[in-house]
Design a binder for this molecule. Sequence first.
Ligand SMILES: *[C@@H]1O[C@H](CO)[C@@H](O)[C@H](O)[C@H]1NC(C)=O
Ligand SMILES: *[C@@H]1O[C@H](CO)[C@@H](O)[C@H](O)[C@H]1NC(C)=O
Ligand SMILES: *[C@@H]1O[C@H](CO)[C@@H](O)[C@H](O)[C@H]1NC(C)=O
Ligand SMILES: *[C@@H]1O[C@H](CO)[C@@H](O)[C@H](O)[C@H]1NC(C)=O
Ligand SMILES: *[C@@H]1O[C@H](CO)[C@@H](O)[C@H](O)[C@H]1NC(C)=O
Ligand SMILES: *[C@@H]1O[C@H](CO)[C@@H](O)[C@H](O)[C@H]1NC(C)=O
Ligand SMILES: *[C@@H]1O[C@H](CO)[C@@H](O)[C@H](O)[C@H]1NC(C)=O
Ligand SMILES: *[C@@H]1O[C@H](CO)[C@@H](O)[C@H](O)[C@H]1NC(C)=O
Length: 546
Amino acid sequence: MANSKLTAIFSLLLLLLLLPADSTLLPEIKQQRKRDEPYVGINIGTDVSNFLSPADLVAFLQLQKITHVRLYDADGGILKALAKTKIRVIISVPNNQLLGIGSSNSTAAAWIGRNVAAYYPQTLIIAVAVGDEVLTTIPYSSPVLMPAIESLYSALVAANLHTQIKISTPHAASLVLDPFPPSQAFFNQSFTSILSPLLQFLSRTQSPLMVNLYPYYVFMQNKGVVPLDNSLFKPLTPSKEMVDPNTLLHYTNVFDAMIDSVYFSMKNLNFTDIVVLVTETGWPSKGDSKEPYAMTDNADTYNSNLIKHVFDRSGTPLHPELTSSVYIYELFNEDLRSPPVSEANWGLFYGNTTPVYLLHVSGSGTFLGNDTTNQTYCVAADDVDPKTLQAALDWACGPGRSNCSEIQPGETCYQPNNVKDHASYAFDSYYQKEERAAGSCDFKGVATITTTDPSHGSCIFPGSKQVINKTSDRVNSTVSSGAGTLRFTSIQTSGSLFGVAARGSGTRYKFGSRLRTSESFDPEHQNIDHYHPALPNDHERQNPNH
Ligand SMILES: *[C@@H]1O[C@H](CO)[C@@H](O)[C@H](O)[C@H]1NC(C)=O
Ligand SMILES: *[C@@H]1O[C@H](CO)[C@@H](O)[C@H](O)[C@H]1NC(C)=O
Ligand SMILES: *[C@@H]1O[C@H](CO)[C@@H](O)[C@H](O)[C@H]1NC(C)=O
Ligand SMILES: *[C@@H]1O[C@H](CO)[C@@H](O)[C@H](O)[C@H]1NC(C)=O
Ligand SMILES: *[C@@H]1O[C@H](CO)[C@@H](O)[C@H](O)[C@H]1NC(C)=O
Ligand SMILES: *[C@@H]1O[C@H](CO)[C@@H](O)[C@H](O)[C@H]1NC(C)=O
Ligand SMILES: *[C@@H]1O[C@H](CO)[C@@H](O)[C@H](O)[C@H]1NC(C)=O
Ligand SMILES: *[C@@H]1O[C@H](CO)[C@@H](O)[C@H](O)[C@H]1NC(C)=O
């Protein structure tokens, strides 16, 4: 893929973004410019012992401030209970009804009448998912997929509901071959005869392409190749980012790479105006010995980071202007599902609504408002190389432009006066300033993310919800200092961290990659005065005129 071609497309998208709303915007962009913030929804599987009554289920969804759900069928009880709530719902045609609907227009019309028209608009049905992973799980039914979609659409048109309610069909990610690097991805050609008309339909009706994306399985199937951190959206040092050699786009997580691989696959079939909607993604919290990475910690990290990723609206490297909405798989652990063990452990909650784990999604709007959220902080890790720690502290308070005023002598976080505590404050200051962006809490491995508020006494860390006690005494207010008054010599911008990217030419950050060269930390390339928090006669360093 020619670089210049992509640049042209990207510029075009940018240009379109800047045009007034009534001009010929691509549907995808128009869609996100309107009311449509990207959202996080949740799948509701019902293979659960003592499944909640519809009324209790809806009360629970409201308590959790869940705004979007996907059902695997069109359960009348649940649809009725959802009436007059603001919860938006995708209903589904189960795979076993596909044949009937695909072979008879009247069956399709009856289905729409019974499951959509009967509830809408009291119940905010936003889409009908026709089957689930039909091409890969029931390939013999593939021939009826498009007929089913077309007749359901005709029935919606007849009921004049086709502008409010979209029709699409969720696909398995395995349709995409060679997903890494994303620019080389393409749909398995065996399915072109169905995908081409499908994409035409989606483009014509401005409907999303639904895909089920599981970085978990990508990780499991490519162990040793795909690092766990990339799969979990963990902050990465630039050297661990994946770089697409054709586009030179930097991928910090598998999820974005998967989405872009779908965009590239569509582009190979000449479709560039269809939005990707992630109808399933998640991480299991438990597995047997064959699935050691199915565990609570990873599930929590994945889903928490996923939610933050969506609400951050940062899009993907290919489409930074476009953030896909996602549906987490899934609300409840489905204890009745057959082995492997992980199958019964994808839920955020047990069937009785007890959380399986507490998500850490503070600052991500009101989703899962049941106080299952927590703020994250960046602090110095234990048992790390003191020299690197010192260099990182120097960097954070200097070129990193953290606000280090509170760790100056006499200020509230000066005590305890040691490198580790001061580094923690400086790292957290940097991390919060960067809005907890991926990669902003690493510092060559000497920093770590925590959910425990590191504030102590009157020392309030950046990002803490604790209210600063205005009346609290400063330890010594006679010594004044402020941010930016520490004296540092200039640093050299390092090249070595970007070894992976170096294959490219000087154009490597052309596509709005959010990598910030000037703000990366590399201790080997530090050439700055050390900031010695412990030295009593350090005042000289705080004199900006010196
Ligand atoms: C079903 O509806 C489609 C779309 O309106 C139409 O093209 C097709 O001829 C109909 N099939 C039958 C059997 O009526
Ligand atoms: C493409 O799909 C066909 C049909 O499902 C399958 O047999 C084939 O193995 C797939 N190709 C690859 C490379 O996975
Ligand atoms: C896509 O468009 C190009 C240029 O118009 C054409 O050469 C190519 O055959 C098209 N590909 C498909 C799959 O339609
Ligand atoms: C969720 O909220 C309900 C009602 O406010 C409360 O009873 C329950 O303890 C909360 N659960 C958690 C885990 O916070
Ligand atoms: C640095 O932090 C202090 C205390 O939190 C605050 O008063 C000051 O305004 C900050 N300075 C800058 C430049 O943000
Ligand atoms: C949030 O973090 C605090 C520690 O700062 C911890 O005590 C608390 O249990 C956490 N809350 C949740 C809901 O995870
Ligand atoms: C605030 O500071 C005052 C004076 O030091 C103290 O009496 C009070 O308990 C503090 N309040 C809190 C919430 O820490
Ligand atoms: C503040 O610092 C000055 C000079 O370093 C010292 O003389 C004074 O006792 C200190 N005051 C307090 C309250 O620690």
